[in-house]
Design a protein around this ligand. Structure first.
Ligand SMILES: *Cc1c(COP(=O)(O)O)cnc(C)c1O
Length: 430
């Protein structure tokens, strides 16, 4: 049997799947060329259908904090699958994972499992509206919260105006219930609350915005949001789909020492299988059906195999003192990059929180808001991405996506990344 190339597979996929992919950025639209079709993963590495091996700094966009195919996680999945893949009825392992999540995260008393980060955020928004009896949602430009209608919204013109749909198919009337603020702008947040505070159900933010580069926020800004929401009787939602169980056991809430009213999870919590979750105090969560009037359900929610993969992952993270280790690895990466890129004549900046990192090339200062992002970063990133790919290093295929370290990366992998980056940035233009 002759093997198909990545390009041939993409052609075949395009006939039956829009763009040949099941999530848009996978199509390599921003970087050009054929997306790689992966056949398997091995720790920090992935192998494509052509048999080429890459050192992977995407790690499935974050879930694989232990690396690909961690033997203990795989064993748990195999054993659990053999006992039944879905019941549509309660199972013990979902209780165990819920207990682990509640114990880990500040202020969390109850949690509800769903099947994706999008679903978690969508449900948390409905809960916030149901619990407060208000309709307005506030989000920040540059934060991503999945693809639910009310959050695919861009800033309108002027401060207290309705948001604009950022996707076709989102009704203007939905977007009109979302306000979009700039990150790291206390005055704008205060002005909005002064004007409309009593109508706001919730403010949602990625406390560590990691979907538009890594736009680190000062703790003071998050504290201001905590105070404004509290005073207005609105809820503060931390979207910890990326940061939860990655930057600390208790996510960004633990790191900043700020407790939100609701938190959403995904990615790491499923250990590589489709899991999302949202949670908060028992009082808030009691608004959810069947205890309360806010409806939310899922045929595959609390899926036993996915719950087991998530639980195994959290237990290994705890046992391996992962959060300390990942911070050490991140610090090592920072040092290697600082050394390798010291004399390189490119205005680069490295932004990092633990094992999440991002390289920007728009100056020595990393941006802290979407407005400060270089709109041309894509053009610069494209040759860098392909030069790294040619040398066997897989980065996320966009200038605005962060990279991830996981426990599977070795010191040698980290050194190789920094050295290759130097080679690529100092190579004469083709
Ligand atoms: C990935 C992500 C989501 C969406 O999760 P999906 O599982 O892709 O639906 C939501 N919020 C944040 C912060 C994310 O990074």
């Amino acid at each position: 049997m002759s093997k198909e190339t990545n390009a041939e597979l993409h052609e075949r996929a395009r006939k039956v799947i829009p763009g040949g992919v099941n999530s848009p950025v996978r199509a390599f639209g921003a970087v050009g060329g054929s997306p790689r079709f992966f056949a398997r993963g091995e720790g920090a590495y992935v192998v494509d259908e052509e048999g080429k091996r890459y050192l992977d700094f995407m790690q499935s966009w974050g879930p694989l904090i232990l690396g690909h195919c961690h033997p203990e996680v795989i064993e748990v999945i195999q054993n659990k699958a053999a006992l039944g893949t879905s019941f549509g009825a309660p199972c013990r392992v979902e209780v165990e994972l819920a207990e682990a999540v509640v114990a880990a995260y500040p202020g969390l008393e109850q949690v509800r499992f769903v099947s994706s980060g999008t679903e978690a955020v969508m449900s948390a928004i409905r809960l916030a509206r149901g619990a407060t009896g208000r309709d307005l949602i506030v989000k920040f430009a540059g934060c991503y919260h999945g693809h639910a209608d009310h959050l695919l919204v861009a800033a309108g013109s002027g401060l207290a105006t309705a948001g604009q749909p950022s996707s076709a198919g989102v009704p203007k009337d939905f977007a009109a219930l979302t306000r979009v603020l700039p990150l790291n702008d206390e005055a704008a947040a205060k002005a909005l609350f002064a004007a409309e505070g009593s109508r706001i159900a919730a403010v949602i933010i990625e406390p560590i915005p990691a979907n538009n580069g890594l736009l680190l926020q000062p703790k003071e800004f998050l504290l201001t949001l905590r105070r404004l929401t509290q005073e207005a009787g609105a809820l503060l939602i931390f979207d910890e789909v990326i940061s939860g169980f990655r930057v600390a056991k208790g996510g960004a809430a633990e790191l900043f020492g700020i407790t939100p009213d609701l938190a959403t999870f995904g990615k790491v919590i499923g250990g590589g299988l489709p899991v999302g979750a949202y949670g908060g105090s028992k009082a808030l969560m009691s608004h959810i059906a069947p205890e309360g009037p806010v409806y939310q359900a899922g045929t595959l929610s609390g899926n036993p195999v996915a719950m087991a993969a998530g639980l195994a992952t959290l237990r290994i993270l705890e046992r391996e003192k992962a959060w300390t280790k990942l911070e050490e690895m991140g610090a090592r990466l920072e040092k290697e990059i600082n050394t390798q890129l010291a004399g390189v004549n490119v205005p680069w900046a490295l932004t990092r929180v633990g094992s999440i990192f991002w390289l920007s090339f728009q100056g020595k200062e990393a941006p802290r808001s979407a407005e400060a992002l270089d709109q041309n970063a894509g053009a610069l990133f494209k040759p860098l991405f392909h030069a790294m790919l040619d040398r066997g290093i897989y980065l996320p295929p966009s200038a605005y996506e962060v990279m991830f370290l996981g426990l599977a990366h070795t010191d040698a992998d980290i050194a190789l990344f920094a050295k290759t980056l130097r080679e690529v940035l100092t190579a004469p233009p083709a």
